[in-house]
Design a binder for this molecule. Structure first.
Ligand code: G3I
Length: 373
């Protein structure tokens, strides 16, 4: 049975380039992608119908805007703060914490019956200015443990999962195990910082799922990171470290994007075989190098979403999906990966006006077509 997408591609090929006109491509693709049974069902409800969760990253600032907040609540069953729980946001001084945003976001999710993901307790990036001249090899363990215990205990029992350690693998650091040797935490404590972090987190909130979150796991060129992260996860499990899941960031697209379904599926299966769950934690599709034509660009982005997510969700250890933002109105890619033609980037399920795009339908179809957990 020919797939709908293949059927459409064949039509376009036989009709020639003229088929790429915005109108036809929209009708052809939207028809194919919107065969979701019930268009009114939001992404969070489609995910929940299969025993999964869907949500997105956001900020206190934008969740304070009524129009965005209303849409976010409709579509998302879980929130992860894009910035407010990082050291630079939480730690104005070496001896103080600013929990204003954390408390507001926890209140927002509990008021709206939404799960909450903590991101992130230990990262090499976005550390406060005082860090480098305050934390040293003799006090680093105490700073690390005090931070984890204080932050996690603030709302212990209310957090679905925590990204305990973020991006510990970086192949370009040339470490024999692929570890990010340039991380301040690695330099101060050695590779043990990872196990210390997880053991401390388990003590701080025994109810939270403890996650190791990693980027560069999605594409063909990521074999090195994949084998390094598997090696690390096996070692952590072998030493009895309390770790429950791998977060796969899933920032897709970009130059020379290459996705191999069977290789990615094999990687997911290897992670599941270690006894870990998997969360797709920061899904978006960079359109920086795609054509300017919006209908064509949206189709390309939607195809990447559909191919990636249908493959990821075919692994039963995958328990949920978060996009790194909900609407093109607020995406880190506007600054991080702007288009040369200055056109607005379109990486997320909703457009600038909070309207559903083809990407939304791709995600909806991936939830509709996966097995229930
Ligand atoms: O909003 C504050 C403002 O109040 C403050 O005065 C100002 C001081 O510089 O910072 C502003 O916050 C910025 C924040 O984004 C919100 O816009 C921070 O400067 C800026 O560093 C922060 O960038 C975030 C980046 O991580 C670094 O934390 C991006 O939004 C966020 O998308 C990005 O997310 C990372 C994940 O955590 C890990 N995986 C990769 C992903 C993309 O880089």
């Amino acid at each position: 049975m020919i797939s709908r997408r293949l059927f459409i591609e064949n039509i376009i090929k036989t009709l020639g380039i003229s088929a790429f006109s915005a109108g036809l491509i929209d009708r052809l693709i939207v028809n194919s992608l919107t065969y979701a049974q019930n268009n009114d069902l939001s992404l969070k409800n489609r995910a929940a119908a299969k025993g999964l969760f869907y949500g997105a990253a956001s900020f206190k600032r934008v969740l304070s805007y009524p129009d965005f907040s209303k849409t976010f609540i409709e579509e998302c069953g879980i929130l992860v703060p894009e910035w407010e729980l990082k050291w630079r946001a939480l730690r104005p001084t070496p001896t103080s914490y600013d929990f204003n945003a954390f408390d507001w976001l926890i209140n927002f999710t509990s008021k709206n019956n939404m799960k909450f993901r903590g991101h992130t307790l230990v990262w090499h990036d976005d550390l406060p200015a005082w860090f480098s001249n305050t934390v040293n090899s003799s006090n680093a363990k105490k700073y690390l443990q005090d931070h984890i215990l204080t932050v996690m205990k603030r709302h212990a029992g209310k957090i679905h999962s925590w990204d305990v350690v973020n991006e510990p693998i970086a192949m370009w650091d040339k470490h024999p195990d692929g570890l990010r040797a340039s991380s301040p935490w690695y330099k101060l404590l050695g590779p043990e910082y990872i196990e210390i972090a997880f053991r401390t987190a388990s003590e701080a909130d025994p109810n939270a799922m403890l996650v190791l979150n990693q980027n560069h796991l999605e594409q063909d060129k990521d074999d090195g990171t994949r084998s390094s992260v598997l090696k690390l996860l096996k070692r952590l499990k072998f030493t009895g470290t309390p770790i429950h899941a791998l977060g796969i960031e899933s920032h897709l697209g970009g130059k020379d994007y290459s996705f191999n379904k069977s290789k990615f599926k094999a990687f997911l299966s290897n992670v599941a075989d270690i006894g870990l769950k998997i969360i797709i934690t920061e899904l978006d599709v960079m359109d920086q190098y795609m054509p300017k034509d919006i209908s064509l660009r949206d189709k390309m982005v939607a195809n990447i979403y559909e191919e990636y997510l249908s493959t990821a969700l075919s692994e039963s250890a995958v328990i949920g999906v978060l996009t790194w933002g909900l609407s093109d109105r607020y995406t880190w890619l506007s600054k991080f990966a702007p288009r040369e033609d200055k056109a607005q980037v379109r990486p997320l399920p909703l457009d600038q006006n909070l309207q559903r795009k083809l990407a939304w339908y791709s995600i909806a179809n991936a939830f509709d077509n996966t097995r229930a957990r």
